[in-house]
Structure formats: C-alpha cells, structure tokens
Write a protein that binds this ligand. Structure first.
Ligand SMILES: N=CN[C@@H](CCC(=O)O)C(=O)O
Length: 340
C-alpha cells in the first residue's frame, strides 16, 4: 500500500513506553494503521473498528527556519510519544479511540537559504494536504503535532477539500500568523489559507499587542479577523478568560462552519519553541482553552505547533521532558472534552 506518510510501526510503538505489571498504559491500547489495499481503505477500516482520533506528527522545522526563527520543532512528536503513551488507560480514557497514524517527513529538506526554505515549505504544504485530506474524508479527527505553525495552511486546506466548507479557526497564539504572503513560512499560514478560501473565520486568543506589526493587524482586520489580546485578559484583566472563551465559542458556533483548534506552544510561559517567552500564559490555561473549545464548538481537528525541545535552556533532555509532558496534557484535554 502506498502511503503519504510514514506509519507508526509496532516496533516504534513498543520502544515508546514501558509496560508495568498490573497496569495498562495508553501505549497498550492505541491502534496502529491496519494493512489494506489503499490508504483510504486503511483509514476507513480503523474508523469502523472504533478509532475516532488520528494522531499525526509533522517532523519538520522548515517553516520556523524559513521565518528566520530557530529550528527544533521537528523533534516535538518524538518528545510527545513517551509522555502520552506511558499514561494510564483507565476509566477516564481507554486509548482505543486513538489511531496512532504516522509521521509526515518533508521530502525536500536540504535548503539553507531563506528563499529555498520557503519553496520547501510549499512542497511540504502539498504533503500535508495529501496525507490529511483522506483522514478528514474518513471521518477521523486529526490531532496534529508540529512542526511549525506553517502547517495550519495544509491542515485548513485539507479540511476544506474533504468537508467542502471553509474552516472557522481559533488560535491561541501571541502572533496572528497572518503576515504578508511573501513566500511560505511559519508566520503566514492563516493569511495564505484566507487567500485560498480555506479560512472563513479567524479569531486569535492571547495576541500580544506588540508582537504583530501594524501592517499585519491591518491585513487581519481587512479579512474580518478578530482577537482578544494577551494584555486584555492576563495583564489588564479587562475580561476573564472564561468570558472570552464563552464569547469565542458562541461566535464559532454561529458561523456554522467546521472549527479548527490551533495552539502555538510559544503562547505558554517558557515553553521551548522558536519564539519562546517568559511572559506567556500558564500551561493549564492553555489546556483549559483546548478543553473549552473542544467541548463547546463543532471542532474537526486540533493542531499543536512549534514545540521545539532543543530550545530548552537546560538542553535537549530537559526540552524533551517539558515539551513532551505539555503536549500529552493538551492532547488529553482534547480527548477528554470530546468524550463528554
Ligand atoms: N509561528 C510563529 N510566528 C511568529 C514568530 C515570531 C518570531 O519568530 O519572533 C511570527 O511570524 O510572527
């Protein structure tokens, strides 16, 4: 069977967790892609057997590098696997709902020069669209671990192709990623998606008032995009997070469009990432955002972008632990919210 991604093998799965007598880990319950005549058949079979979510890694840092940022987002998926798969399967979560599908690895990955990197991001966009469109078409809900935030474009385009509707996206992120269409990179996934018709509605939560250029804000406003700033909620306390979340969810439901839940890990305080910050939001507020949006909107995917273990000040091992645990908590917040 020809596949647009590298499936997770039994060997990789077994290497990613340690079973313990008398316990059942999530790694012992998640499903792998079954053998079938085609990728679409395999996804359909997995869905029929009881999978609802498809967990996918995009192992790349072309997008942040094409945006003149730091590399390292290609390691987030490997950091996440042991943190998630060693968690317990119990009354709160079985693990059988999850298809641990595979990894998208860029075919073009040799450039150093900025313009070439941007072209490689464009090729990666096509890989993401090819791998994800059948996942949406099979009725599975992707949980995608980036990779740079550039992959929002491929995800939104794939969902648009499979569901025949533009998406309403909500993005917890200090940056709107709605920058000029000057060649593909991690800062313009949403402006490109708006231009190709994949994005029908866009709200940014936690936008930093001084990390978005005036041109960027004008472009976002001209599209009809909206935001709650980081300063409004977490600094000036003009409104509570709870009020913002319930207003955002109401707006999203009102669009009648399928909803994309986006989160850039650089929104979270000191999370290793290309644009990491000390003035971010607590991890548990980010988990609450994911939980609220998953529970109260018609969401079709979760995208967790920009985690970069190598950007941890204390080194790679500390980065794997921090990014891995963060991603596992955010994934569980989504899975749990969807079960209610
Ligand atoms: N996905 C992140 N995009 C940010 C990065 C900012 C930075 O590198 O400082 C942006 O382009 O605005």
């Amino acid at each position: 069977m020809e596949l647009p991604l590298s499936p997770i093998t039994q060997t990789k799965l077994a290497q990613s967790f340690s079973p313990r007598e008398g316990e059942t880990r999530l790694g012992q319950k998640v499903r792998l892609l079954p053998g079938a005549a085609s990728y679409m058949d395999a996804l359909t079979q997995a869905k029929a057997a009881g999978a609802r979510f498809a967990i996918i890694g995009i192992k790349e840092d072309l997008g942040p590098r094409a945006n003149l940022g730091q590399g390292g987002a290609n390691q987030a998926f490997d950091a996440m696997l042991p943190a998630l798969l060693n968690l317990q399967s119990n009354r709160f979560l079985s693990g059988e709902e999850c298809l641990l599908l595979g990894e998208i690895i860029p075919v073009a990955n040799a450039a150093h020069d900025c313009q070439q990197l941007r072209q490689e991001v464009e090729s990666l966009d096509q890989q993401v669209i090819e791998a994800l469109t059948p996942v949406f078409a099979a009725g599975l809900e992707p949980i995608v671990i980036g990779g740079g935030h550039n992959n929002a474009f491929g995800l939104l385009s794939a969902a648009r192709a499979a569901l025949s509707k533009p998406l309403a996206a909500v993005n917890l992120d200090p940056h709107s990623d709605f920058r000029l269409r000057e060649g593909r990179h991690s800062g313009n996934g949403f402006s490109y998606a708006a231009a190709n018709g994949a994005l029908g509605h866009y709200h940014v939560l936690g936008l930093h008032e001084l990390k978005n250029s005036e041109a960027n804000l004008e472009q976002l406003t001209a599209f009809g995009g909206s935001w709650h700033s980081l300063q409004q909620i977490w600094v000036r306390r003009e409104l509570s997070l709870e009020k913002a979340l319930s207003d955002i969810a109401r707006q999203l439901r009102h669009t009648g469009l399928p909803v994309a839940i986006e989160l850039d890990l650089d929104a979270i305080t000191q999370m290793p990432s290309s644009a990491s910050t000390v003035a971010g939001i607590p991890l548990l507020d980010a988990a609450h955002y994911v939980s609220h949006m998953a529970r109260h909107t018609q969401s079709v995917y979760l995208h967790l972008a920009e985690g970069a273990p190598a950007c941890h000040d204390a080194g790679l091992a500390a980065g794997y632990k921090t990014v891995g645990q963060c991603l596992a908590e955010l994934i569980y917040a989504y899975l749990q919210a969807k079960q209610v």
